[in-house]
Design a protein around this ligand. Structure first.
Ligand code: ZN
Length: 326
């Protein structure tokens, strides 16, 4: 008996946090909701775009037209799948200033992010708060899954030491992602998460590697690294102070700007102010503003902005300060 009635009952008492609701996060969310987890918290910073529809199983064209933030669109669908699951959707950028709050009370964290900095941050938090973390990542036709069980397994930084120099690594920006791979990887992540939550003895101890181009499946033993800073108690990513931050969103020609502290932006006032300076669409949760044909800026009420049409942090920062201030 793999799950059985006992496992089902256990799962109904568990809470999970999914960070990032792209194709990976949407897949794990769907499976966990169908499996009957008690509570699912989904955090993502972006809105649904047409390019998401090629691989994201939760979204459709209506979400694109309505400019739905991903966690809200996800919640709507997931509620229809299993109304008994409590679903919290949070539109925010996960960083060192808020991750503890979002992880509070959670029994597991699932990786749906698209960058190593956030993954190292989750890894730090997993170790300090002793919450298991299921790492998952894909690029091109390949993907990986690794369970990080605090106190028992090596951690993510035992496996990957540092964030590689920009441009030295194939990312979804340069290599793209085959639509099927995040679904395969997400399914394995969800499966491992369920095993961890119900204390199944088959929890995978190795790193799983899959390449769907030639259908290669392999498992790799990861050793604890003597010099691993996180395992030695140096939580570099969790301790990092947050400043005004510009982040490139992988594969989307978009830069996110987030203020160091939460501010409250009156979207109504901002819309009035910007109406004379370009084209503007007011959504329920955001404003879409196009100062010209090449660029588009999405403003959220917490002061965050997504600058679309550029991958250059400097340009993005200057546009932000032009319309919002410093
Ligand atoms: Zn480590």
């Amino acid at each position: 008996e793999w799950i059985g009635k006992r496992g089902q009952k256990k799962l109904r008492e568990k809470s999970g946090l999914i960070i990032g609701c792209g194709a990976l996060g949407a897949t794990t969310a769907t499976i966990l909701v169908r499996a009957g987890i008690s509570n699912l918290r989904i955090v993502d910073r972006d809105i649904v775009e047409i390019s998401d529809l090629s691989r994201n199983m939760l979204f459709d064209e209506t979400d694109v037209t309505k400019m739905m933030p991903k966690p809200l669109a996800a919640k709507k669908k997931l509620k229809r799948i299993n109304s008994e699951v409590k679903i919290e959707s949070i539109v925010d950028d996960v960083n060192s200033g808020n991750i503890e709050r979002y992880a509070k009370g959670m029994d597991i964290i699932l990786d749906g992010t698209d960058n190593l900095e956030t993954r190292f941050l989750i890894n730090d938090l997993s170790l300090t708060e002793k919450i298991p973390y299921v790492f998952g990542a894909c690029v091109s036709s390949q993907g990986m899954v690794m369970n990080i069980i605090p106190g028992k397994s090596p951690c993510l930084r035992c496996f990957i030491e540092e964030v590689p120099q920009y441009g030295s690594l194939a990312t979804c920006e340069t290599a793209g992602v085959l639509p099927s791979i995040p679904i395969v990887i997400g399914a394995i992540q969800a499966n491992e998460a369920i095993k961890i939550l119900i204390n199944n003895e088959t929890v995978e101890k190795r790193l799983i590697f899959i390449d769907i181009e030639k259908n290669e499946f392999s498992k790799l033993k990861v050793d604890r690294r003597e010099e691993c800073p996180a395992c030695r108690g140096e939580y570099e990513y969790l301790m990092r102070r947050k400043g005004t931050d510009a982040t490139i969103l992988c594969g989307r020609e978009t830069v996110q700007i987030s203020p160091p502290k939460k501010i409250h932006l009156s979207l109504e006032e901002l819309a009035k102010r910007l109406a004379l300076r370009g084209e503007i669409v007011v959504g329920k949760h955001l404003i879409k503003f196009a100062p010209n044909k090449e660029k588009e800026i999405i403003f959220f009420s917490d002061g965050r902005a997504l600058i679309k049409g550029t991958g250059d942090k400097k340009i993005a920062r200057s546009l932000y300060s032009k319309y919002i201030g410093n």
